[in-house]
Design a protein around this ligand. Sequence first.
Ligand SMILES: *[C@@H]1O[C@H](CO)[C@@H](O)[C@H](O)[C@H]1NC(C)=O
Ligand SMILES: *[C@@H]1O[C@H](CO)[C@@H](O)[C@H](O)[C@H]1NC(C)=O
Length: 420
Amino acid sequence: MELVGSVIVFLCVLISVNNASILEPTKANPLLSYYIPEARELKNALGLHEDVYLNFTELTSKYGYKSEEHTVTTEDGYILTIFRILSKCDGPSTSYPVLMMHGLIDSSDVYIVAGPDLGLGYVLSKNCYDVWAANHRGNVYSRRHVSLDPDKDIKFWDYSFDEHGNFDLPATIDYVLQVTNKQKLFYVGHSQGTTDFFVLTSLRPEYNDKIQLSVQLAPVAWMTNSMSPIPRALAYHVSQVKEFLDGMGLREILGKHQLSHFVLEILCSFQPEAVCGTTYRLTSGLEPGTLKPKVLSVSLGHLLAGTSTKNLVHFAQLIVSKKFKRFNEGLEGNMKRYQSSKPPEYNVSLISSPVVLVSAHQDWLSSLKDVETLSSKLPNLVENYVVPLKEWSHVNHVYDERIQKYVNPKILDYFKEYEV
Ligand SMILES: *[C@@H]1O[C@H](CO)[C@@H](O)[C@H](O)[C@H]1NC(C)=O
Ligand SMILES: *[C@@H]1O[C@H](CO)[C@@H](O)[C@H](O)[C@H]1NC(C)=O
């Protein structure tokens, strides 16, 4: 089963790369962009569950929650979408809003795809919280800029998680605090959403004063011991891979409108375990059989929300350098950007706000050893909680049915404790 899945996933990657190479980028238009139509009728006719393709506001209203769409512009001009789920409870509203940030090639949807009983966005709303689900630059909901065109301007894609932390998060946090008229908020990050947070609170430590408490699911900072076969293999060949992709004009990767998404979304609905399960297995260590077929299919409709190839290169640099450092632009670029020949490390000892880490035995991206490196340096660590199940992995934190026992109550308990 796993072998079949691997072959299918490999073929999909091949198909999308091949498809891309037919369309040679020209000098005038050095960025390759193509759009696969959303084709909801076709997906419907093929029998896909509609939750696979409904967007954030459609899903929340389907399940009886009121949501709003907000936009904020970063200081460097990116226009980001933030969704708000209004609190749905009879009790008094809580003291702090909750801001949730998704992971790599993901979107705000990650906190609701598990459905109304499990999705953290819904669970928090039911518990009287004012819930905000962010989207960083370049993903399906935040593919906009005041002057740059993501389909034409290479510069639009010149960012990594450093810019998510340095620009997207502060703009988003300030916006939420301003609209809600509060001084502080609770933060929840998953995967890269934790990296973004560590970047922000170490590069701009004054933002720690705006965080009442953060809960970091599958934290990613040091990646020395990550053992996912695909990311590791790519990391050690990153310059060749990047050169190849640049040559084809691909600066945006795994976008929602791209062929890779369309193919995986459909295949995953027919063979959830073989296609999605294997994809998660090879990238982050998911234990086969731990997720229900429906959530696997639905998740792939929302994952692959797009990012820049430069962002993937930055993660590769973490793996190879064994350090949590800013982007390595090369000697000349580093001198210009950092006034030093090497990129500086993120100084996580400046993260003075209280942090809860939630990690997993079977997480191949965020290994327990690397989480320990991080936790030993955090000055205000509240708890390093390891989910007490041997088979728990990176995406179980957001998709597994058992989050109602092992993850969501943990978050609610800590928020209650830090409410005053
Ligand atoms: C979500 O779908 C609704 C209904 O089709 C549409 O009006 C809305 O613009 C979509 N939202 C986003 C952010 O794409
Ligand atoms: C990191 O921050 C701590 C606390 O302010 C400081 O003592 C230390 O010198 C900093 N380290 C670096 C490498 O800048």
